[in-house]
Ligand binder design. Structure first.
Ligand code: HEC
Length: 146
């Protein structure tokens, strides 16, 4: 009986140890840890985005409010230049409120939009669904699909 308890403790201890090793190996490899390097300006832009609740009307990747357009790829839109974006923010139009940001803050918005833009495409028109149901997405800045 006493041996049994010792045996159980060993098994449980062994399993806990395995769990720890497993987690270390799985979550500590380079493929799992993704580095996101946002510039200081982009971080400030994100803060402005949150403080002013722009997401009440705008979406990134289709998530957000729906009064205004999705802004995921506005930075790479050749028609919507930086000047256009800045003017839209500080002049407003229809339901888009007129803000009064400084040039520095407008640049921070632009840096933030650029950082968001680099993360991918929305809508992802190049996505294909395989027979297995696996969706292959086209990812920006990489050569391999995921
Ligand atoms: C009350 C809702 C609302 C809020 C809040 C809002 N927007 Fe807008 N925004 C709009 C609408 C609506 C439009 C489209 C205006 C039009 O073209 O008629 C727009 C357009 C834009 C555009 C141009 C998009 C394009 O594709 O032409 C940008 C950039 C933009 N907003 C940025 C912002 C930022 C940055 C904030 C936060 C500081 C913000 N918006 C807050 C409603 C809003």
């Amino acid at each position: 009986m006493k041996n049994n308890i010792l045996y159980n403790k060993l098994i449980i201890g062994g399993l806990v140890l395995l769990f720890v090793i497993y987690n270390f190996v799985v979550y500590n490899n380079a493929a799992f840890i993704q580095e996101h390097k946002l510039s200081d300006a982009a971080i400030q832009g994100q803060q402005l985005w949150q403080d002013n609740n722009c997401t009440a009307c705008h979406q990134f990747y289709g998530l957000g409010g729906y009064l205004g357009p999705d802004l995921t790829n506005i930075a790479s839109d050749s028609i919507k230049t930086d000047a256009y974006v800045k003017a839209m923010i500080n002049l407003g139009k229809n339901a888009m409120p007129k803000y009064n940001f400084s040039e520095k803050e407008l640049q921070e918005f632009l840096a933030f939009f650029k950082a968001v833009d680099q993360t991918g495409y929305f809508p992802n028109k190049a996505a294909t669904t395989e027979k297995t149901g696996w969706v292959k997405l086209k990812i920006k800045n990489t050569t391999d699909d995921q």
